[in-house]
Ligand binder design. Sequence first.
Ligand code: A2P
Length: 275
Amino acid sequence: MAVSSIRLNNGLMMPQVGLGTWPLKHHDAAPVIVTAIEAGYRHIDTAYRYQNHIGVGQGVRDSGIAREELFITTKLDGEFQGDDKAVAGLDASLRELQMDYVDLLLIHWPLPQRGEYVSTWKTFEHLFASGKTRSIGVSNFKPAHLEHLFSETSVRPVCNQIQLNPRITRPEHVEFGRTHQIVTVAWSPIGQGSDLLQDPTVSAIAEKYGKTTAQVILRWNIELGIVTIPKSANPTRIAQNIDIFDFALTADDVAAITALDTGAESRVDSDVNGH
Ligand code: A2P
């Protein structure tokens, strides 16, 4: 079954399931990328900070797929925030990936205590115009950070990538994104392999559809209209995590999973921490 895509606010299409790549490293990422592309993934999420760009780029070339078939996201590390350092930051990523462009460049963390995300974003606007990235967005931003960005800059982020899973559903973040045409992307969507995958509510729904609990949680992301980037290095689980387009959850299933929310925020408070 075909993987659905979401239209970003600049018209670009983003596949709704991507492969998360943290904590793969340069030396072990390539075969995982090949496996994922063979399993049908066309969206790969990486970051300079993960130190796996060399392997990700190698995997893309090893797969034999045309570059333009893929949607590649990377994230600018904090060391490249401020002034025009994002230019060097994106160049460093492209050099390691051995690519001419990425599809999406994100500010990895807002680091508001440094007060540089607005100037970084202005550089992102130039990078977007240069064609070295086909779209620009943010990660781990709170609505207040986005409001500040809107007041100082002109290009809207296409997405905000945040930690989101059935226990951390962050409804005000998702709603804020919807209001402003900013797609929410969920990182660690299955709770980093925690006991969330044994939750009785999710297990009952999984049994009903003959799917795994991970598949039900990822399908819940699809029903919410958000993008999800589960990480796996295991070929069976890689294939399983994208095999979610042959069933749909009912509104009651979606509500039951959403009700698992604990009200917790991300485990990292992006007003205080980040990289
Ligand atoms: P592995 O790479 O061995 O598959 P998240 O994307 O929420 O951060 O979760 C990633 C973690 O969940 C990894 O430890 C990964 O391990 C594990 N994982 C990924 N997919 C599945 C799955 N379908 N079932 C169980 N565990 C999974």
